[in-house]
Design a protein around this ligand. Structure first.
Ligand SMILES: [Fe+2]
Ligand SMILES: [Fe+2]
Length: 173
């Protein structure tokens, strides 16, 4: 039996997740302006996409009369700390973070699209409208990564576990 509330909860978690993504890229952008000026333009581009994604889910939550996730502000704070720290560490840390986060996001979105395909067309449409840009964030950053790079090897398990945990908690709150 499918949980009738599943689409609502997925939209709520995605809304908080997009806020987290905005905070990661904002933190990295702040530091990149000081230390990695060559990355400012792409971070600005990614940030503008994440703002649109958050707005898609905010509007969908509002249409459903749902409140934002309880972990919304925590997602933002965690994202900002992660963004500022990796931003200070430079290009390799920034792209490693993006690849790790967006990999989890893409897996998570594919799972949501599969789960919701016959039960919630509006949620499906909202989620489907962001996938291409998330894929672009992932691919653009993955193209700059050397998989043997210590930043990539060190940050990936930590950022992956952290992102999975945030989604897991959000779905249960
Ligand atoms: Fe996003
Ligand atoms: Fe993204």
């Amino acid at each position: 039996m499918t949980d009738p509330d599943i689409g609502n909860r997925m939209i709520k978690v995605d809304h908080a997740g997009e806020h987290g993504a905005i905070c990661i890229y904002s933190g990295q952008l702040f530091m990149a302006r000081l230390f990695v000026p060559g990355m400012v333009a792409e971070l600005q581009e990614f940030l503008s996409h994440e703002r649109r994604h958050r707005e898609v889910f905010r509007a969908e939550l509002q249409r459903r009369g749902y409140r934002r996730c309880r972990s919304y502000w925590l997602c933002g704070l965690g994202g900002l700390v992660l963004g500022l720290i990796t931003g200070v560490c430079g290009r390799k840390a920034i792209v490693a973070t993006t690849v790790a986060v967006e990999s989890v996001v893409l897996r998570h979105l594919a799972h949501q699209l599969h789960t919701l395909r016959d039960i919630d067309p509006q949620a499906l449409a909202a989620i489907a409208s962001i996938v291409e840009e998330e894929q672009h964030h992932h691919d653009h950053s993955a193209a700059q990564i050397d998989v043997g790079d210590p930043w990539f090897r060190g940050l990936t398990p930590v950022v992956t576990a952290w992102t999975e945990a945030v989604i897991w908690m959000g779905m249960r709150s």
